[in-house]
Design a protein around this ligand. Structure first.
Ligand SMILES: NC(=O)c1ccc[n+]([C@@H]2O[C@H](COP(=O)([O-])OP(=O)(O)OC[C@H]3O[C@@H](n4cnc5c(N)ncnc54)[C@H](OP(=O)(O)O)[C@@H]3O)[C@@H](O)[C@H]2O)c1
Length: 241
């Protein structure tokens, strides 16, 4: 069995892939989950080429069965869970009068409901890790939109505010047992998700990097068990609150 193991969702690109690489560097055996199988297996291969122990499980995380399959596959391969990274997310903009129910449901299901299901399915594994080492860590990728709602990204903003609230509740419920949760709340990060902003005139060089986010998660792994970091806000100079 691996000495330390992690699940990373939305690990096929962007922020999730950067966090997975950092976890590999820190010695974690990995399970990666994301929707499109080819893209995910390419990402997994790139991490294996760096020498990391990687299982990839293609899964549409809007489905409860898919969440359960990811956790079951992880348990069978790695047998333990020290870090859970709930990072998969989707953002679809629309004016309020034109919100399509299918897109509303997709954002609620992937951005918020899947996180609830992952906690439920993983809590016993996380408890076991916390009992062994005094701590286990969950990272939930929220957004700056979860701290202040964005016009035309209203549903996305609401789901991310939900992630912030859920993270706070989990810290009240689980942190006394050593299971710490942190909500990451970034402004624009240079990933495929912000291609729309790049097309709209925000240069990639003006954005936060995926390495910035991954390094913040490395910090979460390094602090002592009695240090809980509940939330990290990443602003861009000029945008600050
Ligand atoms: N980029 C930003 O500026 C920014 C800012 C704040 C927060 N975030 C959040 O950061 C997280 C990662 O996004 P990113 O910027 O790194 O974008 P990204 O590169 O597009 O990554 C999104 C990841 O989520 C996966 N995903 C999407 N829908 C899924 C589904 N139904 N089932 C399973 N996996 C699914 C994607 O897999 P597929 O490609 O196969 O669908 C991909 O691996 C998201 O939660 C996003 O909301 C991003």
């Amino acid at each position: 069995m691996a000495q330390r193991a992690a699940i990373v969702t939305g690990a096929s690109s962007g922020i999730g892939l950067a966090i997975a690489r950092m976890l590999g560097e820190e010695g974690y055996a990995l399970t990666l989950a994301a929707r499109r199988p080819d893209k995910l297996s390419d990402a997994a291969e790139s991490l294996r080429a760096d020498g990391f122990d990687v299982l990839d499980v293609a899964a549409a995380l809007s489905e409860e069965d898919a969440v359960q399959q990811v956790v079951a596959a992880h348990r069978e391969r790695h047998g333990r869970l020290d870090v859970l990274v709930n990072n998969a997310g989707v953002g679809i903009g629309a004016p309020v009068g034109e919100i399509q129910t299918k897109r509303l449901d997709m954002q609620l299901d992937v951005n918020l409901r899947a996180i609830v299901l992952f906690y439920r399915e993983c809590v016993e594994l996380l408890r076991a890790a916390a009992q062994e080492h005094g701590t286990a860590q969950v990272v939930n990728t929220a957004s700056i939109s979860g701290k202040r709602g964005q016009a035309w990204l209203s549903v996305y903003s609401a789901t991310k505010a939900g992630v912030v609230g859920w993270t706070e509740a989990m810290n009240k419920e689980l942190a006394p047992e050593g299971i710490k949760s942190c909500a990451l709340c970034p402004a624009f990060v240079d990933t495929p998700m912000t291609d729309f902003a790049k097309a709209g005139g925000v240069a990639a060089e003006q954005m936060i990097t995926t390495v910035d986010i991954a390094e913040s998660v490395r910090l979460l792994l390094k602090v002592s068990p009695m240090c809980l970091i509940p939330e990290i806000i990443f602003e861009r100079p000029g945008d600050a609150l």
